[in-house]
Ligand binder design. Structure first.
Ligand SMILES: Nc1nc2c(ncn2[C@@H]2O[C@H](COP(=O)(O)OP(=O)(O)OP(=O)(O)O)[C@@H](O)[C@H]2O)c(=O)[nH]1
Ligand SMILES: [Mg+2]
Length: 508
């Protein structure tokens, strides 16, 4: 389970690395590195005794191990560097990893203790900075803490606010010992069988309420007299039981990971994709700024204007070429408008990313591909082939229609000749018919020609617009949309790795 969660962390860092809060990332990397080595160093349980000077950590170390390896003295503070007492052969790689140089061995005083490594720490609230630093360092690495308190200082704020409260997430791996308990009974036994003396019981009850307030509800509390060894046996049995389960090390790592995942989740960020409507809007704005509608309209007008020349009898294919306006008519102003659209799109789309990621993604895209967009759009528009707009298909029809009056005139002339030479009836009526038919033919021909020309011009405008739009869209897609998409996909992958990790840790 812990291996799987660590795999999840690795996957997360592979995508989110460099995009999240630097301190949190460093912590994650460090945890990954340490956990890997700790898992390889074996499942012994490293139990550290922590507490104020004189609380009796060294005395307890000796009492638990049945040795005199730890130096006990009236001089304060006494212990200046951590001491490890192993109950089986010293696990050098483990102690190397923990950076504990002073190592002793003791015969296991109880079955199950073989898996315990007892660490006597210097005082946590020491006047000596080196002591405090050493304790702070080891508190982050050991598998199980035994906080040793005495009747005078068990309620000290330095202990509760400075050490216990921040360890609330590690509740499973904390044990509290009220040592010097004999001072509450005036030298009388602190235990009556398995029952605590009531004076000791009262202090333990008060200590319990303080621990509850620290977020450490349910941690086991023992009362001892390390000088006589009273109460130590119960503590020893408890430690042997923890060590036999061989789970403390994994529980500790899991607690660390849980804390880290909570911080990473707090980093923020919602897994989100791109909205299609935003892409459509961006493309439309960039195309508009690049002058696509203007160009389409210009082509429509030119086709219309030049086509009109064809309508004149005797007018051939226009010599002048389709005079398109330059793509960059309004230059800087248009670029600014496109830039604004891109900035708005990138800003909105990356809003779901965690702060550092967001800033980097925005900077990267706006200063990279977004800067290349105007030139790329310009080039893509120049590359669009509009040569077929020089002589659109509709012009053929216009050309055909323009001959219709002549054909009609010839037909009418023939008909008139026929009537004159062979025909009968009223000439007046025939002339009226002829005039009517001619007028109708002229109107039809003129309307037809104009209609075809208008349709041809409109179609040319639309085709131009479509081709230029797709050329612009392609550049927007390539330079902006894809770049944003990449960031969002990486973030979605990171969030899902984080979610997987949280799921594994919640199950465990
Ligand atoms: N009466 C009584 N005295 C104790 C008890 N535990 C320790 N002492 C005495 O308290 C003094 C300090 O004990 P240590 O074991 O050196 O305390 P420590 O926590 O290791 O102190 P530092 O190494 O300075 O952090 C010694 O004189 C011990 O003999 C106890 O339970 N009852
Ligand atoms: Mg000591």
């Amino acid at each position: 389970m812990i291996e799987e969660a660590l795999g999840g962390l690795e996957a997360y860092l592979a995508v989110a690395g460099g995009h999240i809060d630097e301190a949190t990332e460093a912590r994650a990397q460090e945890l990954l590195r340490f956990a890997d080595q700790r898992l390889r160093a074996g499942a012994q349980t490293v139990v550290a005794l922590a507490g104020a000077t004189g609380s009796g950590k060294s005395s307890l170390t000796n009492a638990i191990s049945g040795t005199q390896h730890a130096r006990v003295a009236a001089r304060r503070p006494t212990t200046s560097s951590p001491l490890a007492v192993s109950f089986s052969a010293t696990n050098a790689p483990l102690l190397d990893l923990l950076g504990i140089a002073t190592r002793r061995e003791a015969a296991p005083p109880l079955s199950g203790m073989e898996e315990v490594v007892l660490v006597d720490l210097p005082d946590h609230d020491s006047t000596q900075r080196a002591h405090r630093e050493e304790v702070d360092r080891l508190v982050r690495l050991v598998d199980q803490f035994v906080f040793v308190v005495d009747p005078q200082k068990y309620a000290d704020n330095a202990l509760h606010a400075g050490y216990l409260r921040p360890l609330a997430g590690h509740r499973e791996v904390i044990t509290v010992v009220l040592n010097h308990a004999d001072e509450l009974t005036g030298g009388e036994p602190i235990l009556d069988g398995d029952e605590l003396d009531s004076r000791v019981g009262d202090v333990v009850a008060h200590l319990r309420t303080l621990l509850d307030a620290d977020g450490l509800a349910g941690v086991p509390i023992f009362a001892t007299n390390a000088s006589t060894g009273e109460g130590v046996d119960l503590l020893r049995r408890w430690l042997a039981r923890i060590a036999t389960r061989k789970a403390a090390m994994r529980e500790r790592l899991a607690a660390d990971l849980r804390g880290l995942v909570a911080d990473l989740e707090r980093e923020g960020g919602r897994a989100e994709g791109l909205h299609e409507s935003a892409i459509v809007e961006l493309k439309r704005d960039v195309a508009a700024a690049a002058g696509v509608p203007r160009m389409a309209q210009a082509v429509r007008r030119a086709v219309q204007r030049r086509g009109a020349m064809l309508q004149r009898i005797g007018g051939g294919t226009p010599d002048e070429h389709l005079a398109l306006p330059s793509h960059r008519v309004a230059g800087a102003g248009d670029d600014a408008r496109a830039g604004q659209a891109v900035r708005r799109f990138v800003t909105e789309a990356t809003d779901c990313l965690p702060p550092r990621w967001r800033e980097e993604a925005r900077r990267g895209i706006l200063q990279g591909p977004a800067k290349r967009l105007p030139a790329a759009v310009d080039q893509a528009m120049r590359d669009v082939d509009l040569s077929d707009m020089e002589a659109p298909v509709g012009w053929g029809l216009v050309r055909l229609v323009k001959w219709m009056p002549i054909v009609a005139a010839l037909g009418i002339a023939g008909w008139v000749a026929y009537q004159i030479f062979w025909g009968a009836g009223s000439v007046g009526l025939q002339i009226v018919t002829i005039l009517g038919a001619s007028l109708a033919a002229l109107v039809v021909v003129s309307l037809l020609g104009d209609g075809i020309l208008r349709l041809t011009a409109r179609k040319a405008g639309r085709t131009t617009g479509r081709r230029l739009t797709s050329a612009v869209d392609e550049q927007v897609e390539r330079l902006i949309v894809d770049a944003v998409q990449q960031e969002l996909e990486a973030h979605v992958a990171a969030e899902s790795a984080l979610g997987r990790m949280a799921g594994i840790l919640a199950r465990g």
